[in-house]
Design a protein around this ligand. Structure first.
Ligand code: FES
Ligand code: FES
Length: 171
C-alpha cells in the first residue's frame, strides 16, 4: 500500500516562463520538467545520475535533473536545451555541435549542450577540474580538460571527438 504525500507549492522559472506548481515532494526536477510541464527536451537515460542525459542548468550551474528533488528548486531559474536557444537563435554551443557533427541519434545532445554551457561558465570562473595542474593559477584550455569536464555526459553513439571539437570551438 502506498501513501500519498501532500503536494508542496513551489515557484520555478523554466526557460523564461514562470510556473506556480503543487509538487509531490518525491518528484525529481526531471520528472517535473518532462511530465508536469510537458517539456520532453530534458532526456531520461538512466534516471540514476550516471549518464548525463538529463543535464540542465539551475541558476546557471549544470545539474543532473534526475538527482534533484523538484521542491528544492523553489525560486530557481532552470534552463534546458530549449531555453539555450534564445529568441529562436541557436546558442553558440548548439551551433558548434551542428558544425562539428557532435551527435548521431541526438538523444544525449540536450544534456551535452547544457553541460557544455555550464562548462564554459565554470572555465570562465577559473574552477579547476581533476586534470587541472595544481600549480596553475587557473585552468588552461586543452582537450584533456574538455574531456574531463564533459565526462559525466555519456554518448552511446560515440560522438566524443565531435563533442570535444564543438566545445573547443565555443570557448
Ligand atoms: S537520466 Fe540523469 S544522469 Fe542519467
Ligand atoms: S548522439 Fe546518440 S547517444 Fe549521443
Amino acid at each position: 500500500m502506498t501513501t500519498d504525500s501532500p503536494a508542496i507549492p513551489i515557484e520555478i522559472r523554466v526557460d523564461g516562463t514562470d510556473h506556480r506548481l503543487a509538487v509531490d515532494p518525491r518528484r525529481t526536477l526531471l520528472d517535473l520538467i518532462r511530465d508536469q510541464l510537458g517539456e520532453p527536451v530534458a532526456k531520461k537515460g538512466c534516471d540514476h545520475g550516471q549518464c548525463g542525459a538529463c543535464t540542465v542548468l539551475v541558476g546557471g550551474r549544470r545539474v543532473l535533473a534526475c538527482l534533484i528533488l523538484a521542491v528544492t528548486c523553489d525560486g530557481a531559474e532552470v534552463t534546458t536545451a530549449s531555453g539555450l536557444a534564445a529568441g529562436g537563435a541557436l546558442h553558440p554551443i548548439q551551433q558548434a555541435f551542428l558544425d562539428n557533427d557532435a551527435f548521431q541519434c541526438g538523444y544525449c545532445t540536450p544534456g551535452q549542450v547544457c553541460s557544455a554551457a555550464g562548462l564554459l561558465a565554470e572555465f570562465a570562473d577559473g574552477a579547476p577540474s581533476h586534470v587541472t595542474s595544481p600549480v596553475s593559477a587557473a585552468p588552461e584550455w586543452s582537450d584533456a580538460e574538455i574531456a574531463e569536464r564533459m565526462s559525466g555526459n555519456l554518448c552511446r553513439c560515440g560522438a566524443y571527438a565531435g563533442i570535444v571539437a564543438a566545445v573547443r570551438e565555443s570557448r
